[in-house]
Design a protein around this ligand. Structure first.
Ligand code: PHE
Length: 338
């Protein structure tokens, strides 16, 4: 009987100091487990005189119930304690100041949008196509056969012998004409890639391809369209000049210059003293290109142009180095926020 009282008092002292779930679990094993204190006590019942056994058994059971209830209660308490502690540690200080996210449209996107909107207002549709292109669309369909020296005009990133990163948006001409019969009036903005890198060349840059195929299209139509865009982008005094050039996919071909927006045509460092700035290549779609894509060149003709978006943005905003566009320096980008 004294042993029972002893176990009870040592249990009571021990349970008071418990603060963790694991400690309560350990106590359960220590007192109520198979090799625990109470089990050991019950084993001694056989050594008692038979009349004392029921009283002893009842006492041990009473203690067992007592311990069970106490541990149960204690478990509730320490669970609550541990939860409080966890919440305290994971507390988030909502009063801390945060970094404000900042974003705005990139100057290339601004210029691209401006040009596309002008073209849409003139009835052009906008399309886009793959940046990873086949040799066929990038070259062959555009009248640039394999091993033709005209391939040297563009320093190409090849992926395999016949798969490459498109060097211009002109493959879209062939893709559009294969899908659609005239009248066609479309523009295709997008990224293009060339193995070229310095202050005025980037390995990735942007172009907008324009294509019109219909009956009786003339170079004058092309010039009028470009004059309209130029006057909206750079002011109504801007003049457009055609210079003879060569592209295998247009005949005749022209380089297109605008009067320098910086000096108004008088000559400055931006236009290298000439008063003119080259902005795009263009021409009348070569009949071979029409035929390659399933359009009757006896019935239809057309014009095409490809303008460099960076080039336009550089002139419009007076940017000294093309690489500034790709560095994502917030100080640079913030200047274009209206
Ligand atoms: N694709 C040519 C280039 O990137 C530009 C161009 C487009 C020329 C359409 C004529 C017609 O240099």
């Amino acid at each position: 009987m004294s042993k029972i009282a002893e176990i009870k008092s040592s249990f009571e002292a021990e349970v008071k100091s418990c603060v963790k779930i694991s400690e309560v679990q350990d106590m359960k094993v220590k007192y109520l487990g198979k090799s625990g204190e109470l089990t050991a006590l019950l084993k001694e019942i056989k050594n008692l005189p038979s009349e004392e056994r029921p009283v002893f058994g009842a006492k041990v059971n009473e203690l067992r119930n007592f311990i069970e209830n106490e541990l149960q209660e204690k478990l509730f308490k320490v669970k609550e304690l541990e939860m409080q502690e966890k919440l305290q540690n994971e507390k988030i200080d909502v009063s801390l100041t945060s970094v404000k996210p900042w974003g705005a449209l990139h100057p290339i996107t601004l210029v691209e949008n401006e040009i596309c909107n002008l073209m849409i207002a003139m009835g052009f549709e906008v399309a886009s196509g793959p940046e990873i292109e086949t040799d066929y669309y990038n070259f062959q369909a555009l009248n640039i056969p394999e091993d033709h020296p005209a391939r040297d005009m563009q320093d190409t990133f090849y992926i395999t012998d016949i798969i490459l990163l498109r060097t211009h948006t002109s493959p879209m001409q062939a893709r559009l004409m294969e899908k659609k019969q005239p009248p066609i009036k479309m523009i295709c903005p997008g990224k293009v890639f060339r193995s070229d890198s310095d202050a005025s060349h980037s390995p990735v840059f942007h172009q907008i391809e324009g294509l019109v195929v219909d009956k009786n299209v003339t170079l004058r139509d092309l010039k009028g369209t470009l004059e309209y865009i130029a006057s909206h982008l750079f002011g109504s005094n801007t003049k457009v000049r055609f210079r003879p050039s060569f592209f295998p996919f247009t005949e005749p071909s022209v380089e297109v210059d605008l009067t320098c927006s910086n000096c108004g045509g008088k000559g400055c460092s931006l236009c290298k003293g000439t008063g003119w700035i080259e902005v795009l290549g263009a021409g009348m779609v070569n009949p071979y290109v029409l035929e390659n894509s399933g359009i009757d060149s006896g019935k239809y003709n057309g014009y095409a142009f490809g303008m460099g978006v960076e080039r336009i943005a550089i002139i419009k905003y007076g940017i000294p180095d093309i690489r500034l566009f790709y560095e994502n320096d917030k100080r640079f980008l913030k200047q274009f926020v209206k």
